[in-house]
Every structure is written in structure tokens, then in C-alpha cells.
Write a protein that binds this ligand. Structure first.
Ligand code: TXA
Ligand code: MG
Length: 347
């Protein structure tokens, strides 16, 4: 299969009638797969009402079939095609955070294919805050099921190149709208529990959410080893670069000592650092990932940096760690997943 690339400038007027958007929308209507940018990461879209279209997603990604998909919508009206019994707290969250990187888990409508929800009686829904995503969904007239557009287990794509590296020849088309902004996936919040529960930390922080609806819970699996996550996708290892990655909780001096020990044993060592500290390390490869004084920039570059290490020939990567608050929660969640939870603490 040849993968068509449609370049679209997201600042163009009247995206809804832009020829490339209409072409991409017609692929979706025919049940084919189209990757497109959102404000978080690129998504791999298919008609959420078609079981065969949705099945193609699992094949193209090599995704385990027990991992449900997020349905993307462009208008509030579309919500009622896929979800029902929507609790008041969900409406409040939509008012404040949509369009934006917050996915709500809601009771599902019968019409939604069980392939989308992996047989669960709930459905994940979000309205992305990206002009191309919104225009494409609207032009297709369909709710669009879309996981991140990477091969299963790879870091989520934040550029069209990342998507092509993983899926060229496996999908019908990709809309290239440049680099995404947030860099990590949406926050997933379960609105079917008495107190809403965060199942995956992401682009909207717990602090942001609590300012609007008061105290929320966090899925036990996010804080406790061994607990089974309520979000099936959270149990899979993810984002892992080819070389083993180890997260270092401690000073740069301590991290440098670890680097020195490995290099003394003849290993080539990489360091994942930040702009503030990039010049403090001596290693084979040093890659900065945003600025420590603005964690949003770290989130923005994280997946690109993890992919960049795969283009080097390092044997091992040490990464700095980040404060476990605000955007730091999503960053540490992804970093530790990428590291297979390998971390060291400075004594
Ligand atoms: O930012 C994002 O959310 C991106 C962009 C493309 O929108 N999408 C994304 O999709 O990250 P994906 O498939 O990579 O992650 C979806 C997550 C998985 O962890 C999945 O298990 C969870 O959402 N999920 C989906 N439906 C669910 C449900 N009914 N109950 C619990 N978790 C669900
Ligand atoms: Mg994903």
C-alpha cells in the first residue's frame, strides 16, 4: 500500500473546505486509515462506527486487541452518538477543558463497536484542540477512533516523520501538519466512578482538574506496584528506546559518576538531560530535552529525544528525573515506562 502524504498548513483559512482535508476525509469515509496531528501526538484515525475500519488500526499498529481506543469528536452533538448517561461532572470538565488534552471515560452507547472499547461498557472520548484534527473530523462527518500513530511499543509520534518511520506502507494517508505541541498524550479521567479517577496522567494536570471540580482520585496502579490498572493500555511497556534506559534520582555529579563507571567498562553512554545542565556532562551522546524551568518544554520534546537515541549507537542511557507534580507527573510516568521502571537513587 502506498501511503499518501497531504501537507496542510494549520493556519490556512477555511480548513473545512481545504482540498487535502476533504481528500483525507474521503479516505476515512471509505474505512481507510488516516494519521493526523492533534495538539498532543499524531493519531491514527478510522471510522469509529465501522468494526472493519477499526480492526485495521489494530493490524497496522500491531496493537493488542484488549486495549481500547479513544473516540475523537469535533462537536458536542457527536457526543450523543457514542456516550449516554453523562454525569454532570463530565459536562463541567468538557466546558473547561474541551477542545483539549483531556479524555473522558463515559458509559457507552450500543452503536459503538465493541472493537473500539475492547468489550468494556465504557467509551473514551475527547475533542482535540487542533484545527486540522477538528476540520478533518468535521469533514468526515464521523466520530474518529484514534490511538497514537506509532507501532505498538514505540514512543508516540510528535511529527509526521515519526509516523512514516513506523507506519509507511501500512496506512492509506497521513496529514502532515507539522510538529504537535503538548508532546505527551491526553490525560484520561474516568467519570463513571463516584469520585472521578485519573487513569493516565497527561496534558491536563491533576492540579488543573482539581481547581475546576475539586478532589479527584488517581488509579492505584499509578502509585502502587502490582495493582492492575483500570486503563488497559497502562499495563503495556511502552516508548522503550533500543538501549536500556535508567532514570537517575539525584544530582548531576551522581549521574556523571554512573556514566564514568560504565565508560570505564568500555560502554558507550548516553545522557538525557535539559538545556540548563547539558554542558555539565561528559558522555558519548548528550541530548537535551527542553528546559527544566518549564516542564511543558520537556513534555514537548520527550518522545522525539527517545527516538533520537535510537539513531545513535549508545549501549546505555541515563536520564535525569523530574519533580512529580504538574506536568512532571506525566513526564515521569512516560520516562519510567520507557525505562521499564529501572531507576537508581542517590544515597
Ligand atoms: O492524546 C491522546 O490521547 C492521543 C491522541 C491521538 O488523541 N491518543 C492516545 O491513544 O494516546 P492511545 O490509544 O495511545 O491511548 C488510549 C488510552 C489507553 O491507555 C487505553 O487503554 C485507554 O486510553 N482507554 C481507552 N478506552 C478506555 C476505557 N473505556 N476505559 C479505560 N481506559 C481506556
Ligand atoms: Mg499510544
Amino acid at each position: 500500500m502506498k501511503t499518501h502524504v497531504f501537507f496542510v498548513d494549520k493556519n490556512v483559512d477555511d480548513l473545512n473546505t481545504y482540498p487535502h482535508i476533504l481528500q483525507a476525509a474521503s479516505y476515512l469515509q471509505r474505512g481507510e486509515l488516516v494519521a493526523f496531528p492533534t495538539e498532543t501526538v499524531y493519531g491514527l484515525g478510522a471510522n469509529a462506527m465501522s468494526t472493519t475500519a477499526v480492526e485495521n488500526i489494530f493490524v497496522a499498529k500491531g496493537r493488542p486487541s484488549d486495549n481500547p481506543l479513544i473516540v475523537h469528536i469535533a462537536t458536542k452533538e457527536q457526543l450523543h452518538d457514542i456516550a449516554c448517561d453523562i454525569p454532570p461532572v463530565a459536562h463541567t470538565l468538557m466546558e473547561h477543558f474541551w477542545p483539549g488534552p483531556l479524555t473522558l471515560i463515559l458509559p457507552k452507547k450500543e452503536a459503538v463497536s465493541p472493537r473500539v472499547t475492547a468489550g468494556l461498557n465504557t467509551v473514551a472520548v475527547r475533542m482535540p484542540n487542533h484545527p486540522i484534527a477538528l476540520a478533518l473530523i468535521q469533514a468526515s462527518g464521523l466520530p474518529i477512533a484514534a490511538p497514537s500513530a506509532n507501532r505498538s511499543g514505540r514512543p508516540s509520534p510528535t511529527t509526521a516523520k515519526h509516523v512514516l518511520d513506523d507506519l509507511d506502507g501500512r496506512i492509506a494517508a497521513i496529514v502532515d501538519g507539522g510538529a504537535t505541541g503538548v508532546g505527551v498524550e491526553s490525560t484520561v479521567i474516568d467519570c463513571t466512578t463516584a469520585i472521578p479517577t485519573i487513569l493516565r496522567p497527561g496534558g491536563v494536570t491533576k492540579e488543573d482538574i482539581e481547581q475546576v471540580i475539586g478532589v479527584v482520585d488517581i488509579d492505584r496502579a499509578l502509585v502502587e506496584k502490582g495493582a492492575v490498572p483500570k486503563s488497559p493500555g497502562m499495563k503495556y511497556t511502552h516508548y522503550a528506546p533500543k538501549a536500556p534506559l535508567i532514570v537517575v534520582n539525584g544530582s548531576s555529579t551522581f549521574l556523571q559518576q554512573l556514566v564514568n563507571e560504565k565508560r570505564a567498562n568500555g560502554l558507550r553512554v548516553g545522557v538525557l538531560t535539559t538545556e540548563e545542565r547539558r554542558h555539565t556532562y561528559e558522555a558519548d551522546v548528550v541530548i537535551p530535552c527542553g528546559r527544566r524551568n518549564d516542564l511543558r518544554t520537556v513534555a514537548q520534546h520527550l518522545y522525539d529525544v527517545l527516538r533520537a537515541f535510537d539513531e545513535t549507537n549508545v549501549d546505555i542511557i541515563y536520564s535525569e528525573s523530574f519533580p512529580n507534580e504538574g506536568m512532571g507527573v506525566a513526564i515521569m510516568n512516560r520516562l519510567l515506562k520507557a525505562a521499564g521502571h529501572e531507576q537508581v537513587m542517590e544515597k
